[in-house]
Design a binder for this molecule. Sequence first.
Ligand code: ZN
Ligand code: ZN
Length: 186
Amino acid sequence: MFLDLSQFREPRTHVERTYVPDGGGVVHGLTPQGEREAFRVMGPVRLSFDLLKDGTHYRLAGTVATRLSLDCSRCLEPLDFPVDGVFDLLYVPHTENVAAAEEVEVEEDDLGTAYYRDERIDLGQLMREQFYLAIPMKPLCRESCRGLCPQCGTNLNTGTCACTNSWTDPRLEGLRALAGRRGGEA
Ligand SMILES: [Zn+2]
Ligand SMILES: [Zn+2]
């Protein structure tokens, strides 16, 4: 999933790529080995961008679109999450990294700066980063998701359990005890 930069000689080239996930929702080359993602890829990943070459600097400006599946942060059920991301990234050679870091920061203030090495750009990493930028910290299957019973694990969107009514938040219990003590002193 690398973009070989040696094939680009023109100042501007349009690039289109499509990556199809396997049955497990994994796009090969997108996830570093041994890592677990917070998402599964449910449809083809469509990458479309202009590649602008300026010496050893490459600017990639375009879109990435796909359909992800995330786990609801309350009830853990899967939910569909479409991604339609826009990116504008400047890739500089990794060797310039240290020396030019400050310069790049000032010059390219509103552009994301990334690094490439061995004359190739890791498109898997690019897409993965765009996915993580797009997905919410706490995904919800719906705003009103009631989550799981903290005691027995019943999904409270689809069922009820006996323990829901008797369960009280231990933090609230602590506050109540504190309030009671304060009341006694007054
Ligand atoms: Zn939920
Ligand atoms: Zn319960």
